[in-house]
Design a protein around this ligand. Sequence first.
Ligand code: BGC
Length: 735
Amino acid sequence: MKNHIIIYFAAVLFVFTSSLIAQENKENRFVDSLLNRMTLEEKIGQLVELVTPNSVTEKMLSNGNVSSILGIKDADIANELQHIAVEESRLGIPLLFTNDVIHGYNTTFPIPLAEASSWNPGLIEEACRIAAIEAASNGTHLTFAPMVDIARDPRWGRIAEGSGEDVYLGSVIAEARIKGFQGNDLKSKSSIGACAKHFVAYGAAEGGKDYNTVDISERTLREIYLPPFKASVDVGVVSIMSAFNDLNGIPASANYFTLTEILRNEWNFDGLVISDYNSIPELVKHRFARNKAEAAAKALTAGVDMDMAGDDMKWSVYAPHLDSLIKNKIISEKILNESVRRVLRVKHRLGLFENPYVDKDFYKSNMPSFSERKNTALRLARESIVLLKNENNLLPLKKHLQKITVIGELADNPHHPLGPWNTAPILENVVTPLDGIKNYASKKTEVEFIKGCNVEGNDRAEFDRAITAAKSSDVVIMVIGETREMSGEAASRTNIDIPGVQLDLVKEIIKTGTPVVVVLMNGRPLTIPWLDENVPAVLETWFLGDQTGNALAQVLFGDYNPSGKLPVTFPRNVGQIPIYYSHKSTGRPFNGNDKYTAKYLDVDITPLYPFGYGLSYTDFEYSEITTSKRNYNSDEIIEVSVTVRNTGLIDGEEVIQLYITDKFASITRPVKELKDFTKVLIKPGETKKIKFVITPDKLSFYNIDMDKLVEPGEFTISIGGNSRDVISKSIIIND
Ligand code: BGC
């Protein structure tokens, strides 16, 4: 019987592998036969992505000088341009239309950092599916997402666009997003290609200044910054974007080591690498190339296939220079051919040769209904909210209050909840915090709105009105934080306090004695020690997209019990940065008394809120980590379980986090690292047994020779509802 089963599975595997090989062969034959018929000019054309649709002329398309266009958001325009490429060019190679679909297309979901706070990859995947079909219906074939850069510096504005500080969480979410965009079938009309960006270590910019230099060891590169890209490649991402920054002296968009040795040779990535916007001519400004021709040569040779917005956004650097570089044998045509092959392969994989046009009828009958899309946006928005503080259970609010005063510019403005990098939002669909509070409060409750002050500037003219209104209210809800322009690309800040006079207004309102709930809207961790000390309830809502107000109100009034957890550490002040939970021990770990330990004189060593932190309206109690035994071999799978009890009075979802510490190793290792998590609903009084499986890979690290392995010895397994408050058990890996 056993033999039969083995034979059966071997046969299934054989058929599966054979069909993959057959598919690959077919793709290679198709690509090669096309490549063999291409002129040098046509080949170079396939490496050009233009940005401004207006700069694209009919002649360029019919000559085959353009491969891809960024920024078309209209099916008719897409079809019109595609028609020229397909019908009027010699070989009829279709155009690839790209866009930045970062957190939704028409339906705007929470910004990626917020979505990461949901710790719900399944729901993130669902949102990306919706974004994919909306984008595809408007002509998009490929999105420049997900951004999988690990970010440990909240001064960096682009922290808003990623999944935060953690390698494991970041990798799991990267996979979810790619699966969501690409679906099960890349050729399907409801799928679009994804692009993992920015390769690599862009998030490690010195001083948190956008575009800045990155200088990190190969170990840090491999342990922290590369894994989410590797996860993206393993899940089948079709493209990768090379970054703006220089990395250890070599710009990322001309870095042979990362683009060819690691990405192509080690990981076998056979998809497309596209440069970030204008990053090839910027090699000249890096003073790494003498001129644009040299920049083109260096980028192509390093492994950048496609040139985005090449010549200071006007045209391309590949187009005018590659021809003479090849004719003069400065670069070989073999390298060019390889890049063209990758472009054609991706176009083939996306089904563009079979279906180059937007089939509008398909979307008429296959687009999820508005209410389905809204529902996903609402579920994701409310799961992205993190309850930071809730003294004396001020929240949830009672529904039958007489009067609520809502204060803050951000409470009544539909523009800001969209966050940085929204794609084709529909402003009328945005539910502001004020709208949401009005929707959910009892009809008998008076809801008064007073702006009080703007996010920026010094105007205090409305302070008095706000104070007077607060005095006659049961509760005040203050929506404060950053404008949407204050995070995202080119939006780094050195001071990450609450901007303007917003905090001064909070202080005045607190003095009235009326209970205050602060609702934060922002794209990065802010330094908020005063709020933490003095305000009874604080909610981190980031930028939640269309459903901001409804999601917020559901949490405020207890229709939804908050379950979000921070994907990034909140510092006490800017001087603590970089601060992240998976730091090293040092030779002098802080011990509370001794002067000569790793600490600051002027601020506590701990963060304000640790990674993984977030409260609920109920409480969870963790007990009994069990493993089947204490000693394991290094290739064994370790099954772990823990019991979690909801000790409160209402249903609650808890994100149960598993961390691992390697107690001693030949290389210094972090104090703990997240290696698994699960989000479960637990009823009041209920106890759930949660099981995890630790595979050898989760215990491994790069040794001195950069080989990834498990070293025998003691490991601690820690489990809890955040990275700080955990229970632990140790196990031994045998020699
Ligand atoms: C950004 C990329 C983006 C590209 C195209 C660049 O400035 O760094 O993330 O995909 O523009 O819009």
